[in-house]
Write a protein that binds this ligand. Structure first.
Ligand code: CIR
Length: 262
């Protein structure tokens, strides 16, 4: 079995992306594309098999595939993103996942963004955000509890998604921004806090033996390295203007194709 990384090319219209907490700044689409290619290379260097989906000029946020599905060993749950403009991103991601997992779908009135879902072992933390509502969380719970996962809703504040505030950097270790999410929500896990001067530094992508991490958060990076975590930096500064980070731009999972009819 190999680890698969699904990514989707940056849309030339990325400058018209959804924004919630940031003021709109001009995004250099050419630079965003080059940075995203570098990110995709980091995934391959980490040992992933790349699976690249085409961008769509009509879907400014299509590069942020994480929000469209949550992949578990047993199933892939296709979301119903909170932003209406992003729902047309679903078909391409759904079709890409179909050979690999049985699919389930979050349905109206549920809303769920994959960026709000953080899985640690059999526990699935879900952020209550402006994108994810109670029905989305209930549906997730109904789909996952029979598979022996525990779904735990988590309050967040002042950020877009749960994973803007907290991400997994080692087996049972989180990287966390305490102003946006309470460490108490994650009893039993270790938490490394971001440096106070780097409030946006909590989004890290753990892939196999390393963590892919945005450049520019040097003090937080030192904290990770001091814990023996191998950190590989990538500059995603253009996509950061679209409120995207390193987890948002891929779906990484063990990628054996399903047997026919399974
Ligand atoms: C949005 O607002 O939906 C996009 N501009 C950014 C999505 C980032 N996704 C993520 O954090 N999982």
């Amino acid at each position: 079995m190999s680890t698969l990384a699904i990514t989707r090319e940056v849309s030339p219209s990325v400058g018209r992306c959804e924004l919630t907490h940031l003021e709109r700044q001009e995004i250099d689409a050419g630079r965003a594309i080059a940075q995203h290619r570098q990110y995709a290379r980091r995934l391959v260097e980490a040992g992933c098999r790349p699976f690249t989906l085409p961008g769509d000029p009509d879907l400014p946020d299509c590069v942020f595939v994480e929000d469209i599905a949550v992949v578990f060993d047993e199933v892939a749950i296709v979301t119903r993103p909170g932003a209406v403009s992003r729902r047309a991103e679903i078909p391409v991601v759904r079709a890409a996942l179909e050979p690999f997992r049985p699919l389930r779908q979050i349905r109206a009135p549920g809303r769920l963004d994959g960026g709000d879902v953080l899985t640690v072992g059999r526990t699935v933390y879900v952020g209550r955000s402006t994108r994810t509502n109670a029905s989305g969380i209930e549906q997730l719970e109904r789909l996952l509890e029979p598979l022996d996962y525990r779904v735990k809703p988590v309050e967040i504040r002042s950020c877009l998604h749960l994973k803007s505030a907290v991400s997994l950097v080692a087996e049972e270790t989180l990287l966390l921004q305490p102003e946006w999410v309470s460490p108490e929500a994650f009893a039993g896990l270790e938490a490394i806090e971001v440096a106070a001067a780097e409030p946006h530094g909590a989004n890290a992508l753990r892939v196999l033996d390393r963590v892919i991490y945005p450049s520019g958060f040097e003090r937080t990076r030192e904290r990770l390295e001091a814990r023996g975590i191998e950190v590989v930096a990538v500059d995603l500064s253009e996509l950061a203007k679209a409120e995207g980070g390193v987890t948002c731009c891929s779906l990484v999972f063990e990628g054996a194709r399903r047997q026919r009819g399974a």
